[in-house]
Design a protein around this ligand. Structure first.
Ligand code: BEZ
Ligand code: FE
Length: 259
């Protein structure tokens, strides 16, 4: 009940009867049996025990729907789904900001320099913005899944310069599969839905007096751009990657809406 207390009781009273009416209508239409209903309840119990409700919301494209309804058209940079893999209190990265350390198996992935400017939507630079990023590397997925990687690998927060600029060194991420070994993996298999996401970098950008922006940046020519399993790709968030000296370069400017 604690989570419910964070939502106003008027909203609960307004929304829940419609949720129940929709569920009851589906149960009746499909003549769902007692056995099937208890199997469904056992499944949801398992999803909760495995802490996979956010993942379930993502792969059912429910998170994308909520994101779209929550952030309408504006001059701010397009938002996107956060996903379940943010880790609280990521390390602060000092200039020159590098967000990864070497690990066995990382191979010869491409070094990627990412830079951009944080501004107010339709306005000037935000000198006190913080850019927080997380991503997979060239091998092994997220640090959380890969014991070979140092803690908080491919994660970090950085403060922008006085002119709102940021830059960090990372490696070009690769497409990866969302976790499939738990109950959500069984859902994907039952639905014939593949588990792949296109390569991306997650961003959480904050500045005092502005709405926090959670988003993702994607790269062209990815085999999963058109069929991300969570359906989160927005054309405005696909950024070119260009060769520069001995590394790749990607530019991503961020505009924040006033709070
Ligand atoms: C992610 O991009 O980190 C992610 C999103 C949805 C489900 C799993 C992972
Ligand atoms: Fe991700």
């Amino acid at each position: 009940m604690e989570a419910m207390s964070t939502v106003g009781s008027e909203r609960v009273a307004a929304v829940v009867p419609d949720v129940l009416a929709a569920i009851h209508e589906v149960l009746e239409r499909h003549r769902v049996t007692e056995e099937e209903w208890y199997a469904a309840l056992a499944y949801l119990t398992e999803v909760g025990r495995a802490d996979e409700f956010i993942l379930l919301s993502d792969v059912t494209r429910t998170s994308v729907l909520i994101d779209a309804m929550s952030h309408g058209a504006s001059e701010a940079t397009a938002s996107d789904v956060e996903g379940p893999l943010y880790r609280d209190d990521p390390p602060w990265r000092e200039k020159p900001c590098k967000i990864y350390g070497s690990y066995e198996g990382m191979g010869d992935g491409d070094v990627l320099m990412v830079r951009g400017n944080v501004t107010a939507a339709g306005g000037g630079p935000l000198a006190d913005a913080v850019v927080d990023v997380w991503q997979t590397g060239p091998d092994g997925g997220y640090d959380l899944w890969d014991p070979r990687q140092p803690a908080f690998n491919f994660r970090g927060r950085m403060r922008v310069d006085e002119d709102g600029a940021y830059e960090f060194e990372t490696m070009l991420p690769k497409p990866y599969t969302v976790p499939t070994e738990g109950p959500v993996g069984r859902y994907l298999e039952a639905m014939g839905q593949h588990p792949w996401r296109p390569a991306h970098i997650h961003f959480k950008v904050t500045a005092p007096g502005y709405k926090p922006l959670v988003t993702q940046v994607f790269f062209p020519d990815d085999p999963y751009l058109e069929n991300d399993t969570i359906g989160a790709v927005k054309p405005a968030l696909v950024r070119p990657v260009t060769p520069e000296d001995d590394h790749l370069r990607c530019e991503f400017d961020v505009a924040l809406a006033p709070a």
